[in-house]
Design a protein around this ligand. Structure first.
Ligand code: ADP
Length: 718
């Protein structure tokens, strides 16, 4: 068993080692995948990220110049009539919809692009809460008093000429420029109230367009106040071109009142489709500005200083994370100082903000361009500037969660891009890492586990077979040992069985020969005894010879029609002297008709019957009766049998021995204490003979109850 145990352990060890090989294969596969990402993968990813910049700008321009202006504005009409531009817009919109499946066209696009001024405000947006203007605190006391008088008259709704006069007084005191514009506005507004609405609106809108940057004393731009007044007057005459132009410039650089102004403008429209489209477009443009504002707040809150900064960062705003790329831009403009033309250059910061969903989509698309698929047990983890990203399938098999699993291989890249909206190459070179992770080791090892199971079972089965073989060999060895013991007992039993009768036959024959038995009747007794013993001897020898033939497979039976009843009766007669000698009565008892013919080997059946009668007589106490009988069982059914039985009143056989007594050499009790004669082959010969005739031998017996052996011969075997 030791070599089997050693081989089995070696087998199991080898199977377990196989797991390491699978792990190494996975590692190698991960290495191959990483190798398929080209050197300039950073450029591909950057390209995918900025791919929609142009589309978004195109869409905003379309809203600004093609939808929001007054319906018969020439620029609007030109745009809408230009088939090429319209096709471009349609394509842009399709691209945007594909990238932002949740985006509805009436909303601002979650992708923001703005310019931060050196003071940290967003360029062209005045959405901060209003602050009192600086001119209010720089005025002299007389100037301030004149201003207060003008304001009080305006507040009290004094007549326009009175207000005009007070404004003139204030202007003559040479107040700061913005204060003068404010006074001019108060006077204009008072004047306009007596004008017809259409004229008033033209005046007010024109004023608003000329003074976009001037703040009133409340901190709100005067242009907005002028527009509010124009809107109020528009209720008298409905929407006008002048009003719409002022609204357009307000939305282009909105302030905190812009949403309310738009709502008021919407009230003016009744069933005018181009104008309601225009208001919707302005609402989207305004929402975009509001998003710019929110994101500029978030960028400022991150602590990144404004101005000449080149960096990129993640910020949280409007319920999601945004990746912002900051890039300085020089903005130069011409102006005049004391009538000398000069050029002023300001350094602003351009900020591009991409929502996380767009970033992950860009990575997924960039990976798609490599045309490499990954096995289901791997996921690709991406990390952009320290922010782990959840890529969509088929790159991530962990659903909406970050991939969890061993990082097998990874590679670092940086984004670079020199075209489109990044004319100077993506300046901050955002760093990112792509990694292959083993997210489903169960799946990887599933095949190997199957192989492990099959081989494990094979090894276990082989070891079990070896064990069973070993036990079987041990049992057969023990059986052979017992058999050889029984055989040697048999030889001594046979010798013993032969020696005693031969000795007595010889003694009697010698006495007769020497004339020591003169009495004729005594001589007859002697001769009878000699004949009897010789018959017993030849029966014993016959049994031994038959046994040897059976063992060698040479025993043959000659079947012929035989009268079983006559055969049984004859046998009983034959055995009677022997029984009488033992002091046992032998009787034949048949419930059958006198003849009962079957096809059988008469000699063999007789031998079987003799063996059974011999046993019965041997085991019967003196004076008892042994009954031999013949009976037919259900003669007319196909399973009918002719039964020959031999019953005695001997000591009986325990039920657990019933099977064993038919084995060769088997004898009850120990060799030393056995009282009956015998060699242990009688019943095995009976069994062989009867089974060769297609029948059975049965025994019914229990200790103290006697024994009944029955030979069952099939009745229909003619
Ligand atoms: P043996 O030559 O010992 O009789 P058998 O094969 O004829 O060998 O019988 C096997 C054993 O069965 C006997 O040793 C005996 O113990 C038991 N046996 C057989 N017939 C009887 C019987 N009629 N009554 C009690 N025991 C019996």
């Amino acid at each position: 068993m030791l070599p089997v145990a050693l081989m089995a352990s070696f087998g199991f060890w080898a199977i377990l080692r196989q797991r390491n090989a699978v792990q190494m294969d996975a590692q190698q596969r991960a290495g191959e995948i990483v190798q398929t990402w080209p050197i300039d993968f950073g450029r591909t990813a950057a390209m995918q990220l900025v791919a929609l910049d142009g589309s978004k700008q195109g869409w905003l321009n379309y809203l600004r110049w093609g939808v929001s202006p007054w319906p018969n504005d020439s620029q609007r009409q030109q745009r809408l009539a230009d088939g090429y531009q319209m096709t471009t817009i349609t394509n842009d919109l399709a691209d945007l919809k594909a990238a932002f499946p949740d985006w509805k066209q009436g909303e601002a696009l979650p992708m923001v692009n703005f310019v931060l001024q050196t003071n940290g405000d967003v360029y062209d947006a005045r959405l901060m809460p209003p602050n009192p203007p600086s001119w209010l605190s720089t005025m002299s006391t007389p100037q301030y008093e004149a201003w207060a008088a003008l304001e009080a008259a305006d507040f009290a709704n004094r007549p326009a000429p009175e207000i005009g006069k007070l404004a003139g007084v204030f202007e003559q005191m040479e107040p700061p420029r913005d204060a003068r514009v404010d006074a001019e506005f108060i006077s204009l507004r008072a004047d306009s109230r007596t004008d017809p609405a259409t004229n008033a609106i033209i005046e007010l809108s024109g004023f608003a367009g000329r003074h976009l940057t001037v703040l009133s004393d409340s901190g709100l731009p005067v242009s907005t106040l002028a527009l509010a007044e124009a809107l109020k007057r528009s209720h008298e005459c409905g929407p006008t071109r002048a009003l719409w132009m002022a609204l357009n410039s307000e939305i282009n650089a909105p302030d905190i009142l812009a949403p309310a102004l738009l709502d008021e403008a919407a009230e003016l429209i009744t069933n005018n489709i181009p104008l309601s489209q225009s208001v919707d477009a302005m609402k989207i443009l305004l929402a975009d500005k509001e998003m710019q504002n929110e994101l500029s707040e978030a960028v400022r809150a991150s602590g990144i200083p404004n101005g000449v900064i080149t960096t990129n960062l993640w910020v949280g705003a409007m319920g999601q994370r945004w990746f912002c790329i900051l890039q300085p831009v020089d903005v130069s403009f011409q102006t005049r100082v004391s009538n000398y033309p000069i050029t002023i250059t300001d350094v602003y910061t351009r900020v591009r903000c991409y929502p996380e969903s767009l970033v992950t989509r860009a990575f997924a698309q960039a990976l798609g361009t490599t045309r490499v698929t990954i096995p289901d047990y791997f996921s690709i983890g991406a990390d952009l500037e320290g922010m782990p990203l959840v890529l969509p399938p088929p790159w991530n098999h962990c659903g909406t969660n970050l991939p969890v699993g061993n990082r097998l291989m990874w590679r670092n890249f940086q984004m670079t891009f020199t075209a489109g909206t990044f004319p100077e190459d993506m300046p901050s070179h955002p760093q990112f890492t792509l990694q292959v992770q083993l997210t489903n080791p169960g799946m990887l090892y599933a095949r190997q586990r199957q192989i492990q199971l099959v081989f494990g079972l094979l090894i276990a089965f082989s070891a079990l077979s070896a064990l069973i073989g070993f036990i079987a060999a041990l049992r057969s060895f023990r059986r052979q040992q017992a058999l050889s013991e029984m055989k040697s007992n048999f030889v001594s039993s046979v010798s013993h069985e032969l020696r005693a009768p031969i000795a007595s036959v010889r003694l009697m024959a010698e006495n007769l020969e020497r004339g020591k038995v003169p009495d004729a009747s005594r001589q007859g007794e002697y001769f009878g005894f000699i004949v009897q013993e010789c018959r017993r001897l030849s029966s014993l020898i016959e049994n031994v010879l038959d046994f040897s033939r059976i063992e060698q497979g040479r025993k043959q039976y000659e079947l012929e029609p035989t009268d079983v009843a006559a055969l049984a009766r004859g046998t009983v007669k034959l055995m009677e002297p022997y029984a009488a000698e033992k002091g046992v009565r032998l009787e034949f008892n048949s419930s059958q008709p006198a003849t009962c013919e079957l096809n059988l080997d008469g000699r063999a059946i007789q031998q079987a019957l003799v063996n059974l009668i011999d046993n019965a007589v041997k085991h019967s106490p003196k004076g008892e009766t042994v009954t031999v009988g013949l009976e037919a069982v259900s003669l007319n059914s196909p399973l009918s049998t002719i039964n020959l039985f031999v019953a005695d009143h001997g000591p009986g056989i325990p039920p657990e021995e019933h099977g064993k007594i038919f084995e060769r050499f088997y004898r009850l009790g120990s060799e030393l204490r056995r009282e009956t004669q015998g060699v242990g082959i009688g019943l095995s010969i009976v069994k062989h003979i009867i089974e060769a005739h297609g029948g059975h031998v049965r025994v019914q017996s229990s200790p103290g109850q006697g024994s009944r052996f029955t030979i069952e011969l099939p009745a229909n075997q003619k």
